[in-house]
Design a protein around this ligand. Structure first.
Ligand code: ADP
Ligand code: MG
Length: 381
């Protein structure tokens, strides 16, 4: 059947995201609690009649195009030669065709022009934003009728198989399903989601991002090593994934595993509890009650998972000393950003404290800004 497009042109957008808590739990089939932020990637889309998909971006104005019909054969090869940035949106188109089984020859072509205010490579998932904007545009223009979760899966397929970045689905889910003033609680095993009210505004709180600007060269290797340790831990404990372990299993894990593997396992097991505790605390007591969980999450990443850096520890310590309710490094680690939950009237003090602490240690000045939990992907015009 030839799908009837809802319209011929329009503007769609999708946000970046920050992760409130739940770090490295995604590939252990555990829990995460990210939220969409106000920074977005926009896709201005219009139909063309020649079966070509053509993408441009303010990020790299050289247009890249491909025949829709050629996408399968293109992306079947890992060295497809498509410029990396264009593999995100073209990969989404390819993954959407694959997921729906629609024959590309039945579809009109498409121009997609991207612009974005999501900082790239700052750990706020500009990649999920461009995927989400593309997926939302295609869903409407090609009348695919897919749910936000299905669109998130298409984004992940594009990122994993077209771009070649082995990531989980947290970013795409956060970007697709975000809601203002709420986080998305995601069970990475079942992909069940639930929107959890954050209530930062009502509680007089702001979420600060303290971007250290540092990305260590061993980040990729470190990520792979952590994944391998988690797999070893799960296999040694006889469970499919670390998600299946409880706090009661930790003494046995300590007796069985070498010290390093044990501490990696302990981070994942306790972090899953912290996500569940954060969800409960938000529901029962509001956001002031989650500070200690954020701090405990940071300590676990610093001491057990060993993915923090001196810059991230400095950011967290300075924020807490200046009165933040809670703070932790966020993202994959080995650099990147910390978040701090801060009372409105302390935003200036925490910013100054982190900036001076960095200067005292001779680190480059951090980039500090607030993020606001915001709506997910959708049509804007
Ligand atoms: P992050 O998601 O943390 O920002 P990633 O490395 O996962 O970092 O994704 C960044 C990449 O995504 C960029 O290098 C670029 O290839 C692509 N990208 C993101 N936003 C855009 C955009 N607006 N235009 C073109 N490419 C983009
Ligand atoms: Mg990314």
């Amino acid at each position: 059947m030839i799908p009837t497009p809802a319209s011929d042109s329009g503007v769609w957008s999708a946000p970046g995201r920050a992760n409130l808590i739940g770090e490295h739990t995604d590939y252990n089939e555990g829990f995460v609690l990210p939220f969409a932020i106000e920074y977005r990637t926009r896709a201005k889309a219009s139909r063309r009649d020649d079966g070509i998909i053509r993408v441009t971006s303010t990020f790299d104005p050289t247009p890249v195009e491909a025949a829709l019909d050629d996408l399968p054969s293109l992306f079947d090869h890992p060295d497809h030669g498509i410029p990396e940035w264009a593999a995100y949106p073209l990969g989404v188109a390819w993954a959407a065709l694959r997921a729906t089984g629609i024959d590309a020859r039945e579809l009109p072509g498409l121009d997609l022009a991207f612009s974005s205010d999501v900082p790239i490579g700052a750990g706020l998932s500009s990649s999920a934003a461009i995927e989400g904007a593309t997926a939302s545009a295609l869903n409407d223009l090609w009348a695919l009728g897919l749910s936000p979760l299905e669109l998130a899966k298409i984004g992940r397929t594009a990122e994993n198989d077209a771009v070649g970045a082995p990531t989980g689905i947290m970013d795409q889910v956060a970007s697709m399903l975000g809601r203002a003033d709420a986080a998305t609680f995601l069970d990475c095993r079942t992909l069940a989601t639930e929107s959890i009210d954050l209530g930062f505004d009502a509680a007089g709180l702001r979420l600060l991002v303290i971007d250290t600007g540092v990305k260590h060269s061993h980040a990729t290797g470190g990520y792979g090593e952590r994944r391998a340790s988690c797999e070893l831990g799960a296999a040694s404990m006889g469970v499919p994934a670390l998600r299946d372990l409880t706090l009661d299993d930790l003494p046995r894990a300590q007796a069985l595993l070498d010290d390093v593997t044990f501490r990696r396992v302990r981070h994942i097991v306790t972090e899953n509890y912290r996500v569940l505790d954060t969800v409960r605390a938000l529901r029962e007591s509001g956001p002031h009650a989650i500070g200690d969980l954020l701090v405990a999450s940071h300590a676990s990443m610093r001491d057990d998972f060993e993915i923090s850096t001196p810059e991230l520890d400095t950011a967290v310590d300075a924020a807490l000393a200046a009165g933040a309710v809670g703070a932790r490094m966020t993202g994959g680690g080995f650099g990147g950003a910390a978040i701090a939950l801060v009372a409105d009237d302390l935003v200036g003090a925490v910013t100054d404290a982190a900036t001076s602490a960095f200067a005292e240690r001779g680190y480059a000045a951090p980039h500090i800004f607030t993020v606001t939990p915001s709506r997910g992907a959708g049509r804007d015009a």
